[in-house]
Design a protein around this ligand. Structure first.
Ligand SMILES: [Zn+2]
Length: 450
């Protein structure tokens, strides 16, 4: 069937009252894209089959209880701004971080939102700060504690010492997102992870962890989730953006450890470190609102993208020369096989430049931002797209970049069955989506998710 025209879409705004037919279809079975590798497809189907089709229900009749959190009793229908000490000490640095709790007047799930688990990734802190107050996506989007069903815990700056030092890491050089669930008597970062895990994360039903790419690269807004974990699969789709990478997360990452204890967890990535990428901030805010609406925690109907790319593998574009890189196709570009994506020049050999081309047609989800390259340096990360090309091409801007849902204002509501699933099969070289970027500047290494 042809795509709806813009006019047709406008006739179905986000606030449109759903028909009974729409309501019934809200929890329709999830389609498993038929090109995901058979083994992975079976794992996902099995996992989704085990839980049935309807997510857990919260009884609205029982009334709302106090939310016990950080030794406080938070009354229904209130917002509390608390402080939590990352380290339990009597002298020296305890690193108190701000935690806001919105405890709704109606019962519902507990959603925990985290920013700056990596201290130099600023999209999360900004999005979560805006989410708590008046913001640029509209006054009606402020979460009203009198209307909210359930509880939202907001931790805008998780790694406060890293944030202050403009570093991904904790002062001991370790990566918090490789240290969960942590130990109370181990190294500093492990102690912090243990405290967060037992005090902040514990009792959550859903977690959204907001990240950006690590230093030296940038990502298009994307979700990473273990699609074989049923509630994480639904959460990833509910976020309402196009690009979903199927990945359980590196060992010690919050996502993987949360899934191990059956808490739904997705990682959002958008932009790069040390920058306040406004598009990624806006998209992540819309995504969180979509999720809260999907869970029926706030009023309104979630918006959905025209298509979803469900990727279980990728292709890397590497430099075959050394020198200084000039990226011509930015992250988000849809590139053809043989298309020039970057050029490399060497100041020591003036007048000579080498073109780097894409080995295959696909969507560039990440590109290098640091210009210095050697032969073999990764310069672009590509999802090879073989199906759904015409659908995808209808959502490209003048420069050939994907217009991510939520970046061009409030995206429309559409029925789940009208969303085209575009599967990208393969595997993640090195075992996780970011492994080929290599270890980052720390001795601990930072392969895996940014
Ligand atoms: Zn990160």
């Amino acid at each position: 069937m042809d795509e709806p025209t813009d006019d047709e879409e406008q006739a179905k705004p986000a606030s449109a009252k759903p028909t009974t037919r729409m309501k019934r279809r809200r929890y329709a079975p999830i389609k498993i894209a038929n090109q995901i590798p058979m083994k992975r497809r079976r794992e996902i189907e099995k996992a989704l089959g085990e839980v049935g089709e309807t997510p857990k229900k919260w009884s609205r009749n029982e009334g709302t209880k106090n939310h016990n959190f950080l030794k406080k009793r938070i009354k229904p229908g209130t917002i509390r701004h608390l402080e939590y000490d990352l380290l339990d000490v009597e002298i020296g640095e305890s690193w108190p971080i701000p935690v806001s709790v919105i405890h709704g007047s109606r019962p519902g799930p507990v959603v925990t939102l985290l920013g700056a688990v990596h201290g130099d990734e600023l999209v999360g802190p900004l999005a979560l700060t805006y989410l708590c107050g008046p913001n640029f996506i509209g006054e009606d989007r402020v979460i009203d504690h009198n209307v909210l069903a359930g509880t939202i815990r907001i931790v805008p700056i998780t790694n406060l010492p890293g944030y202050r030092r403009r570093s991904r890491y904790f002062p001991d050089g370790r990566d918090l997102n490789r240290s969960f669930p942590g130990k109370p008597d181990s190294n500093t970062t492990s102690r912090v992870a243990h405290g967060l895990w037992t005090q902040i994360i514990s009792g959550s039903d859903y977690i959204v962890d907001l990240h950006t790419a690590a230093k030296g690269r940038t990502n298009i807004p994307q979700i990473r989730a273990n699609l074989a974990h049923p509630s994480s699969n639904r959460t990833a789709r509910a976020f309402g953006i196009e690009t979903i990478l199927d990945s359980e997360g590196p060992r010690g990452s919050l996502r993987r450890v949360a899934n191990d204890t059956d808490i739904a967890c997705i990682t959002f990535e958008g932009g790069g470190s040390d920058e306040a990428n406004p598009e990624s901030v806006q998209i992540s805010m819309y995504g969180i609102i979509n999720l809260l609406r999907s869970l029926r925690m706030i009023p309104g109907y979630p918006s959905k993208p025209r298509f979803r790319i469900l990727a279980s593998g990728s292709v890397w574009i590497r430099s075959d020369q050394g020198g200084l890189l000039d990226v011509l196709a930015p992250a988000g570009s849809f590139v053809e096989e043989g298309e020039i994506v970057a050029t490399v020049t060497d100041p020591e050999v003036p007048g000579e430049s080498h073109d780097m081309t894409s080995p295959i047609r696909g969507l560039l989800i990440s590109t290098a931002t640091h210009p210095f390259v050697n032969s073999g340096s990764p310069i672009g990360h590509l999802l090879p797209v073989r199906r759904g090309v015409s659908t995808l091409m209808r959502r490209l801007d003048e420069e050939g970049c994907l217009i991510v849902s939520g970046s061009d204002g409030d995206p429309p509501w559409r029925e789940d069955e009208d969303i085209e699933d575009i599967a990208v099969f393969g595997e993640w070289s090195g075992g996780s989506p970011d492994a080929e970027w290599g270890p980052s500047e720390s001795a601990e290494g930072a392969e895996g998710d940014g």
